[in-house]
Design a protein around this ligand. Structure first.
Ligand SMILES: [Mn+2]
Length: 329
């Protein structure tokens, strides 16, 4: 059985139970450029709350990646602005992560922040942030358990997808004993691991594959291969016939290089906006590369958005990564 998270106990769970009890309409919000942890957590929680008799309103800032359409409840995501009594947010460390939905977060009187980012801004009226949890889905599982809320196969599938992808398919350093036990519990409750693996890591479209090939071809390295970087430009997207939301797998390619200690992917969102994704290996902290640019994330995976053209962003970011790698241990 899954070891209960210490964080999901006592006062905070009573406060969350009280919010749920007095809320007929519950909003469940994922972050922009949603991933399976954020959206799977939101949908899994929403399905369970619906079964408890609440009206639920799953939401995610547009565009919601089509790749996540396998998650049960994906087609219930709402585009409008529903009237809600309370808003639960999932896997969102900062208000900036809500994009077009930021106003909804700021105007809702009860905001319950469910997360596992150490860098959380604790913006909720209630914050349940557990940095020891491998995924936000793990925290959600703990809440549902504590509340005796139903965990149906659809709920289990969403939470399994959250856990499976945030651990990189049970490969990253956050693949703890607890994560593996939780995986087994979710399988017992109806998640199909082979099917989730098929839908997450074996469902690349041909254009997406082409984009990865273009980005790998542009791979550059420095400091004897300790620093690896590449880019995804608008012209590369056009050449591959795809869109930026399908660039997710490129950073995985970069971080699979044997000598890599810091990997940086530059994504040209527009002529004046560049997004970076950073991955690191021990002892380097990915947030050290992103924080100077207002970003954040986890120790091994972080990101930031720069209001700069790609070339200018590269000139700002690479020296930070090089400085980090040259810092005496
Ligand atoms: Mn996460």
């Amino acid at each position: 059985m899954t070891v209960p998270l210490e964080s999901v106990a006592g006062g905070v769970i009573d406060e969350i139970a009280a919010v749920i009890d007095r809320s007929a309409d519950i909003g469940c919000l994922a972050h922009k450029d949603a991933d399976a942890d954020s959206l799977g957590s939101a949908l899994g929680f929403a399905i369970s709350m619906r079964l408890m008799g609440h009206r639920v309103h799953p939401m995610a800032p547009a565009p919601v990646p089509r790749l996540l359409s396998f998650l049960p409840g994906y087609d219930t995501i709402e585009n409008g602005t529903p009237r809600i009594d309370a808003l639960f947010t999932f896997d969102c460390a900062s208000l900036a992560r809500f994009g077009e939905r930021r106003e909804l977060v700021e105007s809702t009187s009860e905001v319950v922040n469910i997360d596992h980012h150490a860098s959380s801004e604790q913006f909720g009226t209630i914050n349940l942030v557990d940095a020891r949890a491998s995924a936000t889905g793990h925290v959600v599982y703990g809440i549902l358990q504590q509340l005796d809320a139903p965990i149906t196969p659809d709920v289990a599938t969403n939470l399994y997808a959250a856990l499976f992808t945030d651990t990189g398919g049970f490969r990253h350093e956050n693949t703890t004993e607890e994560a593996l036990r939780l995986g087994a519990d979710l399988v017992q409750q109806g998640a199909d691991p082979g099917w989730v693996a098929l839908k997450t890591y074996k469902s690349r479209s041909v254009p997406r594959m082409r984009l990865e090939a273009l980005a790998v071809a542009r791979l550059r390295s420095d400091l004897d291969g300790r620093l690896i970087w590449s880019e995804v430009t608008q012209s590369m997207l056009a050449e591959a016939g795809t869109t930026m939301d399908e660039s997710e797998g490129v950073i995985d390619q970069l971080q699979s290089v044997d000598t890599m200690e810091v990997a940086v992917l530059f994504k040209e969102n527009s002529a004046n906006e560049t997004k970076i994704s950073v991955r690191t290996r021990h002892p380097y902290d990915a947030t050290d590369v992103c924080r100077p640019f207002g970003g954040g994330g986890h120790h091994r995976a972080a990101g930031a958005e720069l209001r700069l053209p790609l070339d200018a962003a590269r000139e700002k970011v690479l020296p930070v990564a090089i400085e980090l790698l040259q810092r005496p241990a």
